[in-house]
Design a protein around this ligand. Structure first.
Ligand code: GTP
Ligand code: MG
Length: 194
């Protein structure tokens, strides 16, 4: 995919701020620090479009990135951050629920999990949530540079099993090494063509 232009259209807190131009949306969800913003930057070939941080909880709003005036990447706030206050947790829940219930243009969810670990309960919940809302999900295994290639298949099957994921593939990505993007792009193109 040739990225001709990317624009952060809005960092939204509530539904009346969502774009309403009818372009399809692909959302990136996952635990805090799993690498959502980094993966978005890598897929778009931009260094620091989406803000990346050592400290979890960097992304607190729903960020809509318009790509080639054709579709949106939606960077959602991460979950599972232990130090998150009760109020922030509640606010996170409200923001996410509002998005899932109102985003008529949401076509696909990329659920990002760390390739090194078995998914956590909140990932399992997130996955069931998407299934419940009938939104197709593809699982992406982030930070694939952290394990050897030979260990991928084992990692994928651990992820699959824990999530009860029946999708065609788990797709690895490394924002550090910039690998895995071609396969994910062909998948995205497929999503829009169907
Ligand atoms: P929140 O916005 O807090 O939900 O986090 P996020 O999921 O957007 O994670 P972010 O992209 O900010 O990355 C978190 C940390 O992981 C940063 O220190 C990144 O540099 C690191 N990281 C992200 N992707 C990779 C990767 O592919 N490989 C390695 N080694 N580190 C990565
Ligand atoms: Mg982020």
């Amino acid at each position: 995919m040739k990225i001709k232009n990317v624009e952060l259209v809005i960092s939204a807190m509530k539904k009346d701020q969502y774009p309403d131009d009818g372009l399809p949306e692909v959302a990136f969800v996952g635990r805090s620090n799993v690498g959502k913003s980094s993966s978005i930057n890598t897929l778009l070939g931009r260094k620091s479009l989406a803000r990346v941080s050592q400290n979890p909880g960097k992304t607190r709003t729903i960020n809509f990135y318009k790509i080639n005036n054709e579709f949106y990447f939606v960077d959602l706030p991460g979950y599972g951050y232990a130090k998150m206050s009760k109020d922030s947790r509640k606010e996170w829940g409200r923001v996410m629920e509002e998005y899932f219930q109102n985003s008529k243009d949401l076509k696909h969810i990329f659920l990002l999990v760390d390739i090194r670990h078995e998914p956590k309960e909140d990932d399992v919940m997130m996955h069931s949530y998407a299934v419940h809302y009938n939104i197709p999900v593809t699982v992406i295994a982030t930070k694939s540079d952290k394990i050897s290639r030979g260990a991928y298949q084992k990692a994928f099957s651990v992820i699959r099993k824990k999530l009860n994921y029946t999708g065609e593939k788990v797709m690895p990505i490394s924002a550090l090494k910039k690998t895995g993007t071609d396969e994910i792009w062909s998948h995205i193109i497929n999503i829009f063509e169907n």
